[in-house]
Design a protein around this ligand. Structure first.
Ligand code: 16G
Ligand code: ZN
Length: 527
């Protein structure tokens, strides 16, 4: 393989047009789409090298800017088991993207040498994209990066982020997970969902209807595919389908609903207490919401989903008379009331980790059944091999274990999957005979508020203790503590964003007014 080709491709087709330093962050590279062509090309190169480094295993490349506005795009790599790119390669990615076109050839040679990569060995890269209008152009750049190194590339076109993760795992584990195709994905999830429903479409307070806000993103398209293949096991009406003038994530979708604490702008009039679901632009986050009979908006976010799922799983495990270690993983953004509920009422072990799926996922793997969710709706459940074997054995005699076995199939263990998570919530509510009133009455959320603060350099803020304490600048935490101590049930923390050039402030307190004041006061300390 002649590395000159890489340089030639780069120079002719994907020249680097910005010298601004970019970093592979929690969500890979993100930015305005017009600056991303060279980044994409180089990520195609890197994915091929990574595949060769991992003995030819399939590596995934997903092109999306998730919940960010439509003009943005981004790229992240998926490792063979469906996890996020290994941390040790994040800096390799950062360096590769920042070198000039002239340095590129030599730099690639250095990566090959440093990592002992056999450049003649086979490699496989899967690429998927969301439905932003610039995604196809960027996908071609990734594919050309692979081709420049004579690797194999398979393009999946428009898919959700969790679907791409699914394909990568499926291809690498062969039979264990199903085939790496869209059809196999639908079949696996719908098959499990319909078996779990077992013909019982309504139960107690549970009604079989839901409104699905697709954020004008790929989640909407895929949901329409689900509906086509489902035997009317759930009546889903899809809004923000991405046809017409609506832009991705614009006044709709999970991030908007969660942060603004209101329904999407385009919300049709529905009966009070109708279950509504919002996903984000690449369908890896999900939140529920509804309007009550007083016309008030009520949110059921990632914490609500986590507590619902955790309680249900614990119940099934107990009834199956099996001994498994269960645990829930949250971040500092988890509502204090959710943590109290899960610790005091459900008696479920909880741990707190820094923001970002990789931290949550990693911690969850320490349990036999690890439930993890960010408050923003990003999460899933992971089962250890020991848990799977134990459940399989128990399922021969216990119905509750049979249910657990089907749940494993319904869950996309590799990464948070909005559609799979939604089908899981629907299953649990159906089994419990619950409507949203029952669900929301398990505990009362503390009012909470998030602020974005623009600062000169967000990295002057350093945190510890899962982002709950600030160690730098010195003295700031003491001042925050002082302010917080004036508020009943007050809690607040600050952290630099991993995806935007800002500092985030989170505050919660006993009343809405206190929460606003607390957030404001802490915000002032940061500025
Ligand atoms: C990324 C993370 C998400 C996290 C968010 C925080 C992944 C796949 N995604 O989108 O989990 O909640 O960043 O953003 O890890 P922030 O650092 O700007 O608050
Ligand atoms: Zn997303």
């Amino acid at each position: 393989i002649n590395l000159r080709t890489v340089y030639a491709f780069a120079r002719e087709m994907y020249p680097k047009i910005s010298t601004e330093y970019v970093q592979y962050g929690t969500a890979g590279f993100r930015g305005k789409a017009e600056f991303l062509d060279s980044v994409m090309f180089r990520m195609g190169v890197l994915a091929t090298l990574r595949s060769r480094y991992r003995g030819g295993a399939v590596i995934g490349v997903m092109i999306t800017a998730s919940h960010n506005p439509e003009p943005d795009n981004g790229v992240k790599l998926v490792d063979p088991k469906g996890e996020m790119l290994d941390a040790s390669w994040e800096s390799i990615a950062t360096d590769l993207v920042n070198v000039s076109d002239q340095e590129l050839e030599q730099h690639v040679a250095k990566i090959i040498k440093d990592n002992n990569i056999d450049i003649t060995s086979s490699s496989h890269v899967f690429v998927g994209m969301d439905n932003r209008y610039h995604s196809p152009r960027l996908l071609k750049a990734v594919a050309d990066g692979v081709i420049a190194l004579k690797g194999n590339v398979r393009e999946f076109g428009i898919v959700t982020t969790p679907m791409l993760h699914f394909f990568v795992v499926a291809a690498n584990t062969k039979e264990a997970y199903g085939k790496p195709t869209e059809e196999a994905y639908y079949e696996k999830l719908i098959g499990a969902f319909e078996s779990l429903r077992n013909g019982q479409l309504e139960n107690g307070n549970y009604k079989n209807n839901v409104v699905f806000d697709g954020a004008n993103g790929v989640g909407a398209r895929k949901m329409l595919q689900f509906i086509k293949r489902m035997n009317k096991s759930l009546n889903i009406s899809v809004i923000n389908q991405g046809i017409g003038p609506g832009k991705i994530n614009d006044e709709c979708g999970a991030d908007y609903v969660k942060v603004q604490q209101r329904p999407p702008i385009s919300m049709p009039i529905v009966e009070p207490f109708t279950r509504c679901v919002s996903v984000d632009g690449d369908a890896d986050r999900v939140v529920y919401f509804f309007t009550n009979d007083k016309g008030e908006f009520q949110l059921l976010d990632g914490d609500r989903i986590a507590t619902l799922v955790a309680g249900y799983l614990m119940d099934l495990v107990t009834r199956s008379e099996i001994d498994l270690r269960l645990g829930l993983v949250q971040t500092a953004y988890a509502n204090g009331a959710s943590t109290d509920y899960i610790v005091n009422e459900l008696k479920f072990p909880v741990s707190c980790v820094p923001t970002g799926v990789k931290h949550l996922h990693h911690k969850a793997l320490e349990y036999d059944i690890g439930v993890y969710f960010e408050a923003n709706g990003h999460g899933t459940i992971v089962f250890s091999d020991h848990a799977k074997a134990t459940i399989a054995t128990a399922s021969e005699t216990k119905d509750s274990a049979k249910t657990l076995l089907l749940l494993i199939d319904l869950i996309n263990e590799t990464v948070g999957d909005a559609i799979s998570d939604m089908l899981l919530v629907e299953t649990i509510l159906n089994h419990k005979g619950w409507d949203v009133k029952d669900w929301i009455s398990t505990y009362n959320d503390l009012p909470n508020r998030q602020l974005k603060i623009k600062v000169q350099d967000r990295n002057v803020i350093e945190t510890t203790n899962a982002e709950r304490d600030c160690v730098k600048p010195e003295g700031l935490q003491t001042e925050i503590n002082k302010v917080v101590s004036n508020y009943k049930r007050g809690r607040s923390f600050v952290r630099p964003s991993g995806t935007e050039d800002i500092v985030r402030v989170y505050a919660e307190a006993a009343t809405k007014e206190d929460t606003e004041n607390l957030a404001y006061e802490v915000g002032v300390l940061v500025q």
